[in-house]
Write a protein that binds this ligand. Sequence first.
Ligand code: SAM
Length: 226
Amino acid sequence: MSFDRALGGRPGQRLYARARARLAERLTRLGVTDPRVLQALSDVPRHQLIPEALRDRAYADTPLPIGDGQTISAPSVVALMTQALELRGGESVLEVGTGSGYQAAVLSRLAERVVSVERIPRLASAARRRLDELRVANALVYLGDGTEGRPADGPFDAIVVTAGGPEVPPPLLEQLAPGGRLVGPFGQRGTQQLLRVRRGADGVLSREVIGQCSFVDLIGTHGWAA
Ligand code: SAM
């Protein structure tokens, strides 16, 4: 079932659907070439995952505040990070930093299973409720320190970290399956390099810088101090 039908197919939803189609055109110009990723961004109703007062800006390519000093990332950042995960459909994915639940909803369209961890209770429960409203059945949200990963649910074929940390948390590397990809922002507070780490079939790790970015802090045992 499409998200719009899950929402009752209301006429206003069609306006949002058109705004998403325009967003997809913009993402293409910005280098998002994976048709599955473009389709997922065209399908997920970002306006349903942000505070109601901000809905008229839902499809602008910009981060927006979601409370507790946190943000929903810009759609282009979500799209480029998702594309870098190279998902084909059968993967088990870990997301660190659920925030609004938007990235989790996008991933749910592209992988078999999404496990998402958020450290702020209010955000975790709001994301859980919104994903339920959107009838996303294959994404589970857990409250906790995502820098520890979710060893009970791993290993993961793909891991996305959506908050900026000083270094790649070692537990996440341990939970990355052979052939897996980890994408996330690492470096200084306020400015980071977007890294992709691959674990080869032989288990060897390699890393590449795929961009520059600025994310809110990754806070936890293997992140920054609160
Ligand atoms: N992916 C989110 C979305 O689609 O809305 C945006 C994430 S927001 C930029 C970063 C999130 O990471 C915040 O909600 C923050 O509370 C969370 N976070 C920071 N450190 C964390 C940690 N150690 N474990 C889990 N979540 C963490």
